[in-house]
Design a protein around this ligand. Structure first.
Ligand code: HSE
Length: 447
């Protein structure tokens, strides 16, 4: 072993502890694969931990660790966007490579952080920030580098998928399943990030930038969570041959067709997808990303999307890349040897200004649940409004009255631009025969 590469781990929560365990379990493999010795020299923790190897220095002074001469690679797993940002910028300034699992930080400040890293000739690696243990960043940046990405669709929040799966399969209440996801270390510090779709939106922003070569634009991601999904809709969807999954979509639109716009759709929302689609059968904490690219076609990447082991696996894959860089003979040029891939896959000067479409410009199919009085002509009124708006109905299902005289009507539509659907729903809700707000959930055939 010619070098000893020194690691600092900032944060000893689920992921930080997972990284230490992985290194302890697999150190021989890591050394044999990299040809380098690997040592954790410092950890950043608020409270002293007695269960950590006494040779590792423990400190709560994260800025000092980020600048320490005894550290080559800083692993940031504290989360959050304030202290984490300061510490990462300080590490970069001090010539350290950084590995982070912090999707919120990169989605919101990645443009600035990556530019700063390039200026200082170091890397900020972030495999663990998206889809847990699935090596999707490496796949998109490297393995698909020759393809033009048309669209991607992914289950990219493990907590949300776990909740949806348990609700559907076991009829368990939402709050109960969320508590279990927290106990298992899947959920964010603030679990509303999981259930409101914000965590998925962070990850989608990262995936979309890599897919299309655009700057990070988290603020333009349309975002809906899973809190409004009821068992009633889950069951109706199943009856019609669909399953509701919480998905993130990044779609390139070329503006052809009726009132379609040119640009990129970035959206996160519950979605009906065909029951027999592979994505529909990705359950529990599993994540999956389906990428449609030219000329390759569709490829699917699946694995555990959260939890200590899965996330540590992704963190250490990045560490291994950097260990090889640092251990190479030309280690003086830290940014280049053996690791030429730009942070967002495209060279920074070539990032494109393709617009991100607004919600009303996006095109999807829809599931509508309309509650109406059970009287002649109600269905005709609804279908006429949809037809006047140029909306094509794909299936329709009228259920028996659940309240005296009131029937739920379920309608599936073909893809339509959201602006038209908004207008149609507004008109439907004004009908005297309609008793409640229309429930709408997007639908995608994933074709
Ligand atoms: N809270 C996240 C999830 C953790 O449930 O997917 C992994 O990013």
């Amino acid at each position: 072993m010619s070098h000893s590469i020194k690691l600092a781990i900032l944060g000893l929560g689920t992921v930080g502890t997972g990284v230490i365990n992985l290194i302890n379990d697999n150190l021989d493999e890591l050394k044999r694969r990299s040809g380098q010795d690997i040592t954790i020299t410092e950890v950043g923790t608020r409270r002293h931990r007695d269960d950590i190897d006494p040779n590792i220095m423990q400190s709560s002074d994260l800025m000092a660790i980020a600048a320490s001469d005894n550290v080559d690679i800083v692993i940031e797993v504290i989360g959050g966007t304030t202290l984490a940002r300061e510490v990462i910028m300080h590490a970069i300034k001090n010539g350290k490579h950084v590995v982070t699992a912090n999707k919120a930080l990169l989605a919101e400040h990645g443009n600035e952080i990556f530019a700063f890293a390039e200026e200082h000739h170091v890397h900020v690696a972030y495999e663990a920030a998206v889809a847990g243990g699935i090596p999707i960043i490496k796949v998109m940046r490297e393995a698909l580098a020759a393809n033009k990405i048309e669209w991607l669709a992914g289950i990219i929040n493990g907590t949300g998928n776990f909740i949806m799966t348990e609700m559907r399969d076991k009829g368990r209440p939402f709050a109960d399943v969320l508590s279990e996801a927290q106990a298992l270390g899947y959920a964010e510090a603030d679990p509303t990030f999981d259930v409101e779709g914000i965590d998925a939106a962070h990850k989608l922003a990262l995936l979309a930038s890599i897919a299309f070569g655009i700057p990070l634009q988290f603020d333009k991601v349309y975002c809906e969570g899973i809190t409004g999904i009821t068992l009633q809709d889950v069951n109706y969807a199943e009856e019609l041959g669909y399953r509701i999954k919480h998905l993130g979509f990044a779609v390139r639109r070329d503006g052809t067709g009726d009132d379609a716009a040119t640009g990129i759709e970035l959206r996160v929302h519950p979605t009906l997808i065909p029951q027999d689609a592979l994505l529909a059968n990705v359950n529990g904490v599993k994540n999956a990303v389906l990428v449609n690219s030219h000329p390759l076609g569709q490829t699917l990447y699946c694995g555990d999307g959260a939890g200590a082991g899965a996330t540590a696996s992704a963190v250490m894959a990045d560490v291994m890349d950097l260990v090889r860089v640092l251990g190479s003979k030309d280690a003086d040029d830290k940014s280049n040897n053996g690791h030429h891939v730009p942070h967002l896959a495209f060279i920074p000067e070539q990032l494109s200004d393709t617009p991100i479409l607004r919600a009303e410009q996006m095109t999807t199919g829809y599931y509508l649940r309309v509650h109406a009085y059970d009287s002649p002509g109600v269905l005709a009124d609804i279908t006429r409004i949809l037809s006047d708006a140029g909306i094509n109905i794909d299936a329709i299902l009228q259920k028996p009255a659940h309240k005296v005289g009131q029937v739920p009507v379920i309608i599936l539509t073909l893809p339509v631009v959201e602006r038209r659907m908004n207008l149609a729903i507004e008109k439907i809700e004004k009908l005297d025969t309609i008793t409640d707000k229309v429930v709408r959930i997007r639908l995608d055939e994933l074709a």
